[in-house]
Design a protein around this ligand. Structure first.
Ligand code: CMP
Length: 141
């Protein structure tokens, strides 16, 4: 079924001028970009977005990284978009990611892993609403 998912191009990928190549791969995979913005998160915004990871050993490093520079936040729409985008991203840890995935090609390490994608349709709803008003999402569905 047609789903939406939240995608983030993280600070390391933006710094390395990888926005264009990542967008090309999304479009080739028939994940349509229906909302996008470039923002630099405040500490409070990053902590809120990753609230489920509060208390984990990597949380401070994650928040520091995600606030370190601008990111591209977008909504992708397509058939089975949540799972499909996770397949294209590859495993969270780039050392475990399959060749040809975004993280295999562009991640620097498990924290600076180039991209984020929602892990379920429920997370996608919450994450999309965290960044976008309904009027900013130009969905076909
Ligand atoms: P992301 O998909 O954005 O969701 C949580 C993020 O925490 C993850 O990508 C990584 O950037 C970061 N992270 C760092 N270390 C770990 C870890 N050991 N397990 C999961 N996520 C981690």
């Amino acid at each position: 079924s047609i789903e939406q998912t939240l995608s983030i191009i993280k600070p390391n990928a933006v710094k390395k001028n990888l926005i264009g190549i990542i967008e090309t791969r999304l479009v080739q995979a028939k994940l349509n970009i229906v909302a996008m913005k470039m923002v630099q998160l405040t500490r409070a915004q990053a902590e809120g977005f990753y609230a489920e990871h509060q208390g984990k050993p990597f949380f401070e490093r994650l928040v520091g990284f995600m606030t370190s520079g601008p990111i591209v936040v977008q909504v992708l729409e397509g058939d089975n978009a949540v799972t499909h985008y996770r397949e294209i991203m590859g495993a969270t840890d780039p050392e475990k990611a399959l060749a040809g995935t975004l993280r295999y090609d562009f991640a620097d390490n498990v924290t600076e892993n180039a991209v984020h994608g929602s892990d379920s349709t429920e997370s996608a709803q919450r994450e999309i609403a965290y960044f976008f008003a309904d009027s900013e999402v130009f969905a076909k569905k």
